[in-house]
Design a binder for this molecule. Structure first.
Ligand code: EPZ
Length: 418
């Protein structure tokens, strides 16, 4: 295992290019199950989760090549519909193969993902939707077994806005007989990206970007060709906070301003300078950061995947901030580690009360989940002295060389063997 070491206090300056979005590429890879032939994706980030999804598809018989950001997936030779526990337990997003496998093979056997550091994360909405489309669902020995010789369209009312739940049912309905309507569908940009890609493959999906999505089933889909994975808005937001917390001046390139309204709005309110430029977003700060209250909500509300990073920034703001987590109420494991660095954070139910301190101080810390590890890196950049962050495999699941990119911006950051 590796750890990251940071000598804090360096101002970040320059420009950085955002990689392809983890939460867009994973459903796109699952979509390739639905088309016989070679699919090709560009701007694919080199992440542990991407390699896990590739391994999962290969175990089921797909042929995959991946280098220099270009991935080809040929699912013609797929001959298995089982996603094994030892892979699914390392990546919850494996559940995204459940719908496509059922649609293609008429059956699927996918290990239940189990809980994770940020919460219990059930998949009842995924299963409810599949049952409405005609699948019979059994749970045994920790596996979901779905059987559906034919999937027929239906109306699926989600009880809660679920990103991968919406994606799984869009993938399931694309080849179903008749029309499927998703009610209370998730509107995240990554969901829209998947729907647009499926339409490029010949699907018939309407209402993209809204909470009512209509899918008219088609007979077959053609392979996705030369599709560019959208930029990662969470990676972009992480760099923006890195610039703000180090009083830096940073151009974050090829990110979409229109996908980041909630975060940009909050950064402006706390006194960070945000300017839209032709090829990205410029962030600069003089270090005067006002406190502010944040509540995480489904898109276009403030993203839960930016809550940990914002908590770090609020730890050095002037005054008291309340961060309320409505998506994953237990998503506060980073608070304890930030306290070790001198942050003043009290957890009250699903809120964190953060009183800004003058400065954080370096300390040995431990990552617990993907975004928590990013929040520790941000804290280390601003802290006085040296910080060690162990278990950085969490970081590598969702960030493509974050430490290397930060080093090009002036951070004193490196890796060592644990
Ligand atoms: C996706 O997870 C993202 N992952 C998460 O990003 C992100 O935090 C989350 O959406 C919310 O935006 C991917 O896209 C691969 P949900 P997902 O289903 O789909 C409850 C990251 O750091 N729920 O939208 O698993 C659930 O417990 C990761 O990149 C049910 O109750 O999240 C949660 O409270 C972390 N039943 C809420 O809905 C279900 O069947 C939203 O979860 C499904 C979800």
């Amino acid at each position: 295992m590796e750890k990251i070491i940071v000598e804090g206090g360096k101002r970040l300056e320059g420009e950085i290019a955002v990689s392809g979005a983890k939460n867009a590429v994973l459903p796109l890879m699952a979509a390739c199950i639905l088309a016989h032939g070679e699919c090709t994706l560009n701007n694919v980030p080199d992440l542990a989760d991407v390699r896990t999804m590739a391994k999962l598809l290969q175990i089921m018989g797909a042929k995959i090549e991946f280098e220099n950001g270009r991935m080809s997936i040929d699912s013609s030779s797929m001959n298995s519909w089982e996603a094994p526990y030892d892979l699914v337990k390392t990546m919850r997003a494996s559940v995204l193969v459940l719908g496509p496998l059922t649609a293609r093979f008429g059956k699927a056997r996918v290990s239940l993902p189990g809980g994770c550091a940020i919460g219990e994360r059930p998949i009842d909405q995924h299963l409810k939707g599949l049952a409405i489309l005609g699948a019979s669902i059994e749970i045994e020995e920790g596996y979901v077994e779905a059987v559906a010789p034919v999937l027929k369209g239906g109306i699926i009312p989600f009880d809660i806005s679920t990103v991968t739940g919406t994606e799984n049912l869009i993938l399931s309905a694309a080849l179903a007989e008749g029309e499927t309507i998703l009610l209370n569908a998730a509107c995240e940009p990554e969901v829209s990206d998947l729907a647009n890609a499926l339409n490029q493959m010949g699907a018939d999906i309407k209402g993209i970007g809204t909470d009512i999505i209509t899918i008219s089933g088609v007979k077959e889909l053609s392979p996705l060709r030369d599709y560019d994975v959208m930029p990662d808005r969470i990676e972009a937001g992480t760099y923006m906070i890195a610039a703000a917390i180090t009083r830096g001046d940073l151009l974050v390139r090829n990110c979409k301003f229109e996908n980041m309204g909630a975060l940009i709005g909050k950064l402006i309110e706390i006194g960070v300078r945000v300017t839209r430029e032709s090829d990205g977003i410029r962030i600069s700060s003089d270090g005067q950061i006002k406190s502010i209250d944040i509540t995480t909500l489904p898109y276009p509300g403030f993203p839960t995947d930016m809550q940990a990073q914002m908590m770090t920034l609020m730890s050095t703001a002037d005054g008291l901030s309340v961060l309320t987590e409505t998506i994953f109420p237990q998503r506060f494991l980073h608070a304890g580690e930030l306290r070790r660095m001198g942050a003043d954070i009290k957890l009250v139910g699903n809120s964190a009360v953060v009183r800004g301190v003058h400065a954080l101080s370096g300390a040995p810390t431990m990552a617990s989940d993907l975004r928590a590890s990013a929040s520790l890196v941000l804290a280390a950049l601003a802290a006085t002295g040296k910080t060690e962050i162990s278990r950085v495999y969490h970081l590598d699941r969702g960030y493509d060389k974050l430490d290397r990119k930060l080093e090009t911006l002036g951070a004193s950051i490196w890796r060592e063997k644990e």
